[in-house]
Design a protein around this ligand. Sequence first.
Ligand code: 5GP
Ligand code: ZN
Length: 114
Amino acid sequence: MAECLFCRIAAKEIPAQVVYEDELIIAFRDINPQAPVHLLIIPKGHVASVREIDEAHPLVAGRLLRVARDLAKQEGVAESGYRLVVNTGQDAGQAIAHLHLHLLGGRAMGWPPG
Ligand code: 5GP
Ligand code: ZN
């Protein structure tokens, strides 16, 4: 989608600190990090949210998690621990309507989230 910010990042039309990329997935640092490690892992193809995941995206969900697992190791937080978050819709505060997995680590985090 031409007007989608994360589609434009995936297309390299808008710069980002990319930490991983393959044919399906791209991961980059959050512009406003909420933890020492804060990455966003997204499918390159436009999927608005978890609500839109369907048969057309058989690989996406599993691949997002596997890339997150590998990036946690790469970023040095695999052992200390990390949080994976997928905000979905209004009550969760989803601001960008392109599916993204937050990977947060490098500090202790409270629960439940606010
Ligand atoms: P959401 O609230 O939709 O789950 O999270 C959106 C995230 O995208 C926020 O953490 C925000 O800081 C991040 N973000 C928004 N605009 C940009 C941008 O232009 N570049 C990068 N790297 N991150 C962004
Ligand atoms: Zn998009």
